[in-house]
Each structure stands twice: as C-alpha cells, then as structure tokens.
Design a protein. Structure first.
Ligand code: PAF
Length: 282
C-alpha cells in the first residue's frame, strides 16, 4: 500500500494508472474505519484494477457547534486495516494542502441539500459536495463507493456527478449493521453503554414501520405517528429531528406509500446525532 499526502502526487499517480488503462475504484472516508467502510473497500477491490481510499476529516462539512474537534481518529489502526485489505493507495492529505489560504470555491446542489439532514445541518452538504468534487478531481476514479447509511449524501453526489458531467460511476452499498441492528457509524463511539442500548430503537423502528406499511397502512399520518411513538419509548432519545417516509429520488415527504419509499430517521441520543434509513417496496 502506497501512502500519498500531496494532492499533486496523488493526481500524477492516478493519471499514470488511467493511461495504462487501469480502472480506479475509490472510497472516500473521514477515517475511524469500521466494517461499513471495509465493505465498500472490498466491493471496490472486486470491481476495479486499482483501489484507493482517502482519509480526511473535512472541516467544511461541520457546523460551528458540531463535532469536528472531537471526531474519532485512529490513523495507525486505519492504515493497518487498509494494508490488510490490500488496497493500492491511501491518500491522506493535510487540510492546508486542500484548503490553502484564500480558498473560496464551493459546490452547491440546490433543493436536495436543504431537505432532511440539510434542514438541521446548514452548509453540511455544500461542504460534502465541495470536498468530494476536489477528491474526485485529484483521485480521478472510475467508480466511487458510498454507503446507503448516508442515503441523502449518496443521492446528492449522484446528482452532482450527473449535473457536472463528472463521468464517475457512483456505487451505493448496503448499510452494515451491528448484531443488534444498529447501523455502523464512526459516531457510535460517542455513545455510553446506556445510550448504545437505547440506540437500537432506531433499527427496531425502521423494521416495524416496514412491517406496518407491508400490512397495508400507507398514509403518512399513521406512519409518522407510529415512528415517533416508537422512537419516543426511549427517554434517552432527546430530540427526533425527522422520522417519516420520503420519495427515494426527490427526498420529498410522501402523502401515501404507493411504490418504493425511503424510511428515514435522524435523532439525538444525549449529544450524539444518529441517522439511519431503509427502503421499502409495496
Ligand atoms: O461520508 C463521509 O465519510 C464523508 O461525508 C465524505 C464522503 C468522506 C466526505 O468528507
């Protein structure tokens, strides 16, 4: 595994591979790698000649009161995991090389960025789209891999790639879950034992709501009420930001579930914000 820190060297390395006709599979991450990230890496390895992973905690996608300064870091552990996974290149740039003084260009995906998480994290998806564009320009991947857990992020990146003719295949891979159903996330590390137990209510809520819809309850009022009641069973859930059914492409809330729908939840347990989702077909 080659470790590259300088964007220009990363760009030249990628160009060399592309000139030799080798396809590049790319997994962008913010580190603190878990099985969810590694499942993306394995998929990228299966489908491409060369596999590249980036680790960069992107300051632009965190709000002023968010967890940028305490975001979990495990650089040595991450490098070990990626070496064992036999990736080809680990790209780990410094913030100053990606955002030098005077940096002033941003990428904004209108409408989609304002919904769901966007309504509670202003500027978040602008930060994500900007860094992902920069990483795509530097790494020049053939395919890039994202998890379904961050469903809105994946929809926004697909839209950006289409609107800006980036010519990169975006592959969205299934959410990887703990044995009790909690979606894997680097932020799960913030939860204490009690909070970790309470967090299982999210997956339970999504599974039971799927069953409810399949049993024929398809109107938004009943579904929303059911989800909120279920999530509120846990006193440690301090804030439910959203919990409802949405159109999987536009992310608009549905009036009735008639074909495929996205069930999505964002809530806070103590100070930790968790999200999860499930697609349901009727
Ligand atoms: O999903 C993430 O880890 C981040 O949002 C990403 C895509 C690496 C951009 O910083």
């Amino acid at each position: 595994m080659e470790l590259i820190r300088i964007p220009r060297i990363m760009q030249d390395t990628s160009r060399g591979h592309l000139l030799h006709g080798r396809g590049i599979g790319f997994v962008p991450t913010m580190g603190a790698l878990h099985e969810g990230h590694l499942s993306l890496v394995r998929r990228a390895k299966e489908e491409n000649d060369i596999t590249m992973v980036s680790i960069f905690v992107n300051p632009l996608q965190f709000g002023p009161s968010e967890d940028f300064n305490k975001y979990p870091k495990d650089t040595d552990g991450d490098a070990d995991k990626l070496r064992k996974a036999e990736i080809d290149v680990l790209f780990m740039p410094d913030a100053s090389s990606l955002y030098p003084a005077g940096f002033s260009t941003h990428v904004e995906i209108e409408k989609l960025s304002e919904k769901l998480c966007g309504a509670f994290r202003p500027g978040h998806f602008r930060g994500v789209a900007t860094i992902v564009t920069k990483l795509f320009n530097i790494v020049a991947p053939t395919r890039a891999y994202f998890g379904q857990k961050d469903y809105q992020q994946a929809v926004i990146i697909k839209k950006m790639v289409k609107d800006l003719d980036m010519g990169i295949d975006i592959v969205v891979c299934p959410t990887i879950r703990e044995h009790d159903g909690l979606a894997m996330s680097s932020r799960n590390a913030y939860l204490n034992e009690e909070e970790r137990k309470a967090a299982t209510v999210i997956n339970k809520c999504l599974v039971q709501t799927t069953e409810l819809i399949k049993s024929g309850i398809i109107d938004i009022g009943s579904i929303r009420r059911f989800m909120k009641e279920k999530l509120s069973e846990k006193p440690l859930v301090t804030e439910i930001q959203y919990a409802s059914v949405y159109d999987p492409e536009t992310l608009d809330e549905l009036e009735r579930v008639e074909k495929e729908a996205l069930l999505a939840v964002a809530l806070k347990i103590g100070g930790t914000r968790l999200i999860d989702n499930m697609l349901v077909k009727v």
